[in-house]
Design a binder for this molecule. Structure first.
Ligand code: ZN
Length: 366
């Protein structure tokens, strides 16, 4: 199993310069390789297999930086293409200077060592680190991602691998969660969890700031001040949201043996119901699911994700009848077959819980 630890680092000036250069060169390579892949795709709808080495003669500056980081950029680009070919993501995008990206380097022959107060990294040497938690001794280091946030902070995310024997838990408790328009989720008991209001408030502040930014003259002093203010707010929202998602997934993974959730296709949703898709990405539903999955699986518990086409909303949770003409505006499910009258999301959550249990039994042949 894998586990990542993220720590803040404090590089000196020359280390900062090298980090910027490595990030910049990797961004350059990503864009060059993507450009060539894009040409090939336009030609015959396939993925071109290009490698960093092919670019080093034309762009010799690529030879100067950590070569493992270039190899990882290649892998990440290929991953993004595979996601695209599996219809899970849009066509990979070009990287811009404005976004936060990290570069990843791997452990080879002790080139990465975590010391007291320092981390030794390829090319960078020893960088000051604030290690706020200890790493269990049975974990072995795999790779490190170095990143710089748009607020000017530097981080390393260190990925560790460890062996753990996990015994599958017998299912005694289960829950179905439906992502809802007006709530973070509704569960199969009808419990509704609201969106965290302080994050919502921050988002409102953010849109005010973004509007005021659009009125300022680009590259003026005030403009840059606003840009930083926006980046800081983004950072604060991210921290609050992750905190919320971690606490919530901890509670659920502790209490339930089987958690079932609806399967969402964000790509389709952003076209059919953009408001929905925006709420989902703002509040990190996908991130929540990945936290839940990890926390359940490390305890021998299970997460079941519905197939995208599973009609959780359209099905009557009482008699199984399917209402094909259910509109998004109908907030109460009324079944003409068995007279069930139930909150739409509550009905969906019951279906998700039942279907999850069915899928679980099928998967483990119980
Ligand atoms: Zn019914």
């Amino acid at each position: 199993m894998n586990k990542a630890f993220k720590f803040r680092i404090y590089p000196n000036e020359s280390q900062k310069t090298l980090i910027h250069m490595t990030l910049g060169h990797n961004r350059f390579l990503w864009n060059k390789m993507l450009e060539d892949k894009q040409k090939q795709y336009e030609l015959d709808k396939t993925m071109l297999f290009n490698r960093p080495a092919q670019y080093k003669d034309t762009y010799p500056f690529l030879k100067v930086i950590d070569s493992l980081s270039l190899a990882n950029t290649q892998l990440n680009l290929e991953k993004a293409f595979k996601q695209f070919f599996n219809h899970k993501q849009d066509f990979p995008k070009f990287h811009s200077k404005k976004q936060d990206y990290g570069y990843t380097t791997n452990l080879v022959n002790n080139n990465i060592v975590l010391l007291k107060g320092y981390i030794k990294l390829p090319k960078l040497g020893e960088v000051k680190i604030k290690q706020h938690r200890a790493i269990p001794s049975d974990m072995s280091l795999k790779n490190v991602t170095v990143s710089k946030s748009s607020t000017g902070k530097y981080y390393v995310s260190i990925l560790y691998e460890y062996q753990k024997e996990i015994k599958r838990q017998e299912i005694k408790t289960s829950i179905g969660l439906d992502f809802s328009m007006n709530h973070f989720f509704v569960d199969d008991q009808g419990f509704k969890l609201d969106y965290p209001t302080d994050i919502q408030t921050d988002y409102n502040k953010l849109s005010i700031l973004q509007r005021s930014l659009s009125r300022r003259i680009q590259s003026s002093n005030n403009y840059h001040k606003k840009v930083l203010e926006i980046a800081l707010l983004h950072e604060r929202i991210r921290h609050k949201r992750d905190d919320f998602l971690h606490k919530l997934s901890n509670v659920i993974a502790k209490r339930y043996d089987l958690v079932s959730v609806e399967g969402l296709n964000l790509k389709d949703m952003s076209q059919t119901s953009p408001y929905y898709a925006k709420q989902i990405s703002r509040f990190g539903w996908t991130r929540f699911i990945s936290f839940l999955k990890y926390k359940l699986e490390t305890q021998g518990k299970t997460l079941m994700v519905m197939d995208e086409w599973y009609p959780s909303s359209k099905r009557c949770s009482c008699c199984g009848d399917i209402k094909t003409d259910l509109k998004l505006s109908e907030r109460v499910y009324h079944c003409s077959n068995c007279e069930l009258h139930l909150d739409r999301d509550h009905n969906a959550a019951i279906n998700i819980n039942k279907e999850g249990f069915r899928k679980y039994k099928l998967a483990f042949q119980l």
